[in-house]
Design a protein around this ligand. Structure first.
Ligand code: UGA
Length: 451
């Protein structure tokens, strides 16, 4: 099929590449000329594992343009995949979505054949329906049908999440369901040509597709992210308890996670969740509930626990050092998680500001986002190109993002450059036994006490 995707951010571009991988002809449209120019040269505009390979492998089925007119003429199906950032009151800002929709409409109303316009953006319940009403009011319902098809991909695994999803959510009327089932048939039946670097997960033969209305699809997206955020805040509270009662949160997570009704995923305690999705989507869902006169109490608690968690871990560091004024802290990892260069809502940022407020000197390192960090961190923060340089003269090392290279750190390596002996493992990614008798290891909820 011929597909157009408006927006070449994480969701838009990786969706476009995945659709090309399963055999469709895809036009990626973006107003940003630099992004399109870089894509035309085969260069990915952001860091995502395997994206560069996939762009190259599918180059005969991928086209790029800044012209919405040129792009949409091509499509049987057109995706709206633009950002829905956060408004100051927590609600989702739909400005880009409305702009993209208006531009799409101005082209599609003149097009001879009909188009299925698919909203992939995370947008409040009722958004797709209100766009449909606009189409109807303009007498364009025969030419343009609308669907909601939310995305569940994770940064860092975007391509495999696109090609091997746990489920597809297809929101819309019967003709929309039929078109989307045809579009996604190679994914549903797992019949596409497998990309070289992305083996199919064992046992995956069929992907379930949920055929629902647009409101259910939209709510399911928010509910999924809110539930995962809730698991994280829950285990962080258990970790805070474990610190008090000298139990080990990792073992607790293994034990409760072995129950298939609970599941082990997203039970890793640490400094809290960040990124462009969980913080924004939990706030937007709570705002949506408020506008309907419903107080989503559990969600408020999830958000509150998360906001407090990184500061709580900073307090553990302060307790260990006596005070932070004049102390040098080596911060390892700045991105909101490994495998991405994204610093949006990264817990590292409020944490570093907090440390600076308390008078600490900060040396920081990130294997991917070191250069970009210059734009979001104050100049006082010394950004280092190498881990060893970051550790120079540090009183404590604070692991904020569990990049694999930090997981290899040993007391010997740390002690070579550090002045002090405190290791704060904000992601529980090191083995505390390695540090016993050599350095003071502080994890999150790792009250391991020998029997
Ligand atoms: C998240 C969801 O996982 C995707 O399913 C969803 O499609 C996406 O948001 C979105 O709405 O677009 P992402 O933000 O890429 O994906 O990252 P996650 O892997 O979910 O991690 C989010 C945050 O939670 C990170 O800061 C991570 O460090 C933290 N986390 C995750 C924990 O603290 N503990 C865990 O056990 C898992």
């Amino acid at each position: 099929m011929k597909v157009a995707v408006i927006g070449t951010g994480y969701v838009g571009l990786t969706t476009g590449v995945a659709l090309a991988q399963i055999g469709h002809d895809v036009v990626c449209i973006d107003v940003d000329e630099r992004k399109i120019a870089s894509l035309r040269q085969g260069k990915a505009p952001f860091f995502e594992p395997f994206l560069a390979d996939a762009l190259d492998a599918n180059r005969s089925r991928l086209y790029y343009t800044t012209s919405i007119k040129e792009g949409l003429v091509h499509g049987d199906v057109a995706f709206l995949a633009v950002g829905t950032p956060q408004n100051p009151n927590g609600s989702a800002n739909l400005t880009y979505l409305h702009q993209a929709f208006a531009s799409a409409l101005s082209v599609l109303e003149k097009k001879a054949s009909s188009t299925l316009l698919v909203n992939k953006c995370t947008a409040p319940v009722g958004t797709t329906e209100s766009l449909s009403q606009e189409i109807a009011a303009r007498g364009l319902s025969d030419q343009i049908n609308l669907a909601s098809n939310p995305e569940f991909l994770r940064q860092g695994c975007a391509l495999s999440d696109n090609l091997y999803p746990n489920r597809l959510v297809l929101g819309g009327n019967a003709p929309a369901h039929e078109t989307l089932l045809r579009l996604y048939a190679p994914i549903i039946n797992q019949t596409f040509h497998l990309p070289a670097h992305l083996p199919r997960p064992q046992g995956l033969q069929q992907v379930p597709a949920f055929l629902v209305n647009t409101r259910t699809a939209e709510l399911a997206k928010y509910a999924a992210n809110a539930f995962l955020a809730m698991k994280i805040s829950f285990i962080n509270e258990v970790a805070n308890m474990a610190d008090l009662v000298e139990a080990d949160v990792i073992q607790v997570a293994d034990i409760i996670g072995a129950d298939v009704r609970i599941g082990r995923a997203f039970l890793n305690a640490g400094i809290g969740y960040g990124g462009s999705c969980f913080p924004k989507d939990t706030l937007a869902l709570r705002h949506m509930a408020d506008t309907h006169g419903y107080h989503f109490k559990l969600l408020s608690a999830v958000i509150e626990v998360n906001n407090a968690q990184c500061i709580r871990v900073v307090e553990k560091l302060r307790d260990a050092l006596g005070e932070l004024r004049g102390k040098t802290i080596a911060v390892l990892g700045l991105t909101f998680k490994p495998g991405t260069d994204d610093l949006r809502e990264a817990p590292s940022i409020p944490m570093i500001y907090h440390l600076l407020l308390e008078g600490a000197n900060i040396r920081a390192h990130d294997p991917v986002a070191g250069d970009q960090a210059r734009f979001v961190l104050p100049h006082k923060v010394k950004l280092c190109a190498e881990v060893q340089d970051t550790l120079e003269g540090a009183d404590a090392v604070f692991i904020v993002t569990e990049w694999p290279l930090y997981q290899k750190l040993t007391p010997e390596v740390l002690k070579e450059k550090m002045r002090g002996n405190v290791v704060v493992d904000g992601r529980n990614c090191l083995d505390p036994r390695l540090f016993a008798g050599q350095m003071r290891y502080i994890g999150v909820g790792r009250g391991l006490k020998p029997e």
